[in-house]
Design a protein around this ligand. Structure first.
Ligand code: ATP
Length: 218
């Protein structure tokens, strides 16, 4: 596993399909690590995303691309636990497992885009997530915070500044306005399928791997 020893005091987790990993993901993960002053930041590819269609390449190929991307960036790590589990990767299960592994003291932050956050109340045991970790939500263009309903109530109860995640191990909801690179994996897959190059949207090593394996062509 691409994780560092010893135990971090604060750990950020950034989940996604990473199909493929691109510079938008990498840049955001690095900015979050820096802005939240995290000791460690892990990118965590999901096996079968419960809210999304199945990825177009297999899990091992997505992991290999992530590993290739992170070779150039020692500040970021990967965590493949959700790929190793042969069932849907519920965030609740992942956070519970990490809590058991790391103990109660470590500050855990689950980072997600606003597009995921607005549907949080459809996630398995969603109300317990904030007991296991902080939730860090990154605003994405075109998405607004819910003004009413259960997710809006969660915001009212738990919203805090970014600094708060260092003073508690879980329980804070941080909403960040982050500049995002205008890159999407959907667009990259479409480029490749159309015979175009995604160079400068993905790390060079990832593009070489995609070509060598013939990924996303059909
Ligand atoms: P797709 O285009 O297939 O929906 P994606 O590019 O959105 O894929 P995912 O792997 O689904 O990639 O996203 C993982 C996480 O990265 C999500 O929290 C998503 O909000 C975030 N993300 C996606 N694109 C960007 C980007 N350009 N910059 C920063 N974060 C992004």
């Amino acid at each position: 596993m691409g994780t560092s020893a010893p135990k971090p005091h604060s750990l950020g987790l950034f989940g996604g399909t990473f199909d493929p990993i691109h510079l938008g993901h990498l840049r955001l993960a690095l900015e979050l690590k820096q802005q939240l002053a995290l000791d460690e930041m892990r990118l965590m590819p999901c096996y079968i995303p419960p809210h999304r269609a199945s990825p177009s390449v297999d899990a091992q190929q997505r992991l290999t691309m992530l590993q290739l991307a992170l070779k150039e960036c020692p500040q970021l790590h990967w965590d493949a636990r959700e790929l190793q589990r042969e069932k849907p990767s519920y965030t609740y299960d992942t956070l519970r497992e990490l809590r058991t592994e790391l103990g109660e003291e470590v500050s855990l932050s689950w980072c997600m885009g606003m597009d995921s956050f607005v549907a949080l109340d459809t996630w398995h045991r969603w109300q317990e997530l904030i007991e296991l970790a902080h939730l860090v939500v990154v605003a994405r263009p075109g998405w607004e915070l819910p003004a009413q309903g259960p997710v809006a109530d969660l915001i009212v109860q738990h919203r805090a500044d970014a600094e708060a995640i260092r003073s508690a191990s879980a329980g804070k909801l941080v909403i960040l306005e982050q500049r995002l690179l205008p890159i999407s994996a959907t667009e990259i897959r479409a480029h490749i399928k159309a015979g175009a190059s995604p160079q400068f949207l993905v790390p060079d090593a990832v593009w070489s791997y995609i070509r060598a394996q013939g990924l996303y062509r059909s």
